[in-house]
Design a protein around this ligand. Structure first.
Ligand SMILES: NC(=O)c1ccc[n+]([C@@H]2O[C@H](COP(=O)([O-])OP(=O)(O)OC[C@H]3O[C@@H](n4cnc5c(N)ncnc54)[C@H](O)[C@@H]3O)[C@@H](O)[C@H]2O)c1
Ligand SMILES: [Zn+2]
Length: 268
């Protein structure tokens, strides 16, 4: 199994490379060795058994060469920090990620899975509740407010201090060039991945519908229903509607023909 780690010379990528090697993968790295991240050039701790390509993910030929015979892509390369070249963030993070999908689809590459790093930056300042005006997603705190050493987020309507609340992942609020580019990258990966079946087996994949709950039980969680009770309920319902409807058999046949039905797996 071969994995391509883009940005594999960086902070996160280099740890992933070590872990992939430990797990027995053949590892290839594509990294431009951005001088802002690597002022001393190529880090000397890149393991010797890594197939290292120095190059840019936005370069079509380079990326295509790096993708040859790859099963999994762990996409960590990104343009970061508060730099003033706004367009470069979109170019590397959004255009670079769409080029990855474009090549996989156009060249019919055998990539089975793409893992993309998003960022908490896509949620901006987080999510808050005002006791009078309810839920809101704050704009960045102003320079004026911060210079008064008022760190807490305030309601935009009544200006009273608001309480932070648990983040709803569906509510994003990016407000700088990095955050916008990372949200674009995330949406590209989710959208193009879904449309083109990358990873292919996610279509019609029910492997997460039955989870191993032993670890949650040791934390004190006591599930209300066990799996056999759920299955009994389901089968009773199927019987109550007069058996399995014909369209389910048709859909099952269509899915089998399309190769999207996998045998059930227990465990990892
Ligand atoms: N470190 C964090 O706290 C953090 C938090 C949230 C998200 N992330 C995301 O995790 C990923 C990895 O971050 P990191 O902290 O390891 O960053 P890093 O800067 O340490 O590593 C990124 C690597 O990508 C390379 N790179 C940059 N542009 C490239 C390009 N055009 N082509 C090829 N390689 C390129 C750099 O040379 C560098 O080695 C990024 O996608 C980042 O947005 C990181
Ligand atoms: Zn308010």
């Amino acid at each position: 199994m071969r994995v391509l780690v883009t940005g594999g010379a960086g902070f996160v990528g280099s740890h992933l490379v070590d872990r992939f090697l430990e797990e027995g993968f053949q590892v290839r790295v594509l990294d431009t060795l951005d001088p802002k991240v690597h002022p001393h050039g190529r880090p000397n701790d890149i393991p010797s058994d890594v197939d290292f390509i120095q190059g840019d993910i936005t370069d079509r030929g380079t990326l295509l060469a790096a993708l040859q015979d790859v099963d999994i892509v762990s996409h960590q390369a990104a343009y970061q920090d508060y730099m003033p070249d706004f367009s470069r963030f979109l170019y590397v993070n959004a255009v670079g990620t769409s080029l990855l999908y474009e090549l996989i689809v156009q060249e019919k590459l055998k990539v089975k899975k793409v893992i993309v790093a998003s960022s908490q930056a896509v949620y901006g300042e987080g999510q808050y509740v005002c006791s009078v005006h309810g839920f809101f997603q704050p704009a960045p705190r102003s320079q004026e407010q911060l210079s008064l050493r008022q760190w807490e987020v305030r309601c935009p309507v009544c200006n009273q201090q608001a309480e932070s609340c648990l983040l709803q992942e569906s509510n994003t609020n990016p407000y700088n060039q990095y955050a916008v580019s990372k949200l674009a990258e995330e949406k590209i990966a989710l959208g193009l991945g879904w449309l083109n079946g990358i990873p292919k087996y996610r279509r019609g994949d029910n492997r997460n519908s039955v989870s191993k709950v032993d670890k949650l039980k040791t934390l004190g969680w006591n599930p209300k229903y066990d799996l056999s009770a759920i299955l009994d309920d389901f089968l009773a319902w199927v019987e109550s509607i007069g058996g399995i409807p014909a369209q389910i058999q048709d859909a099952y046949g269509a899915m089998r023909r399309a190769g999207v039905v996998l045998p059930a797996m227990v465990g990892r």
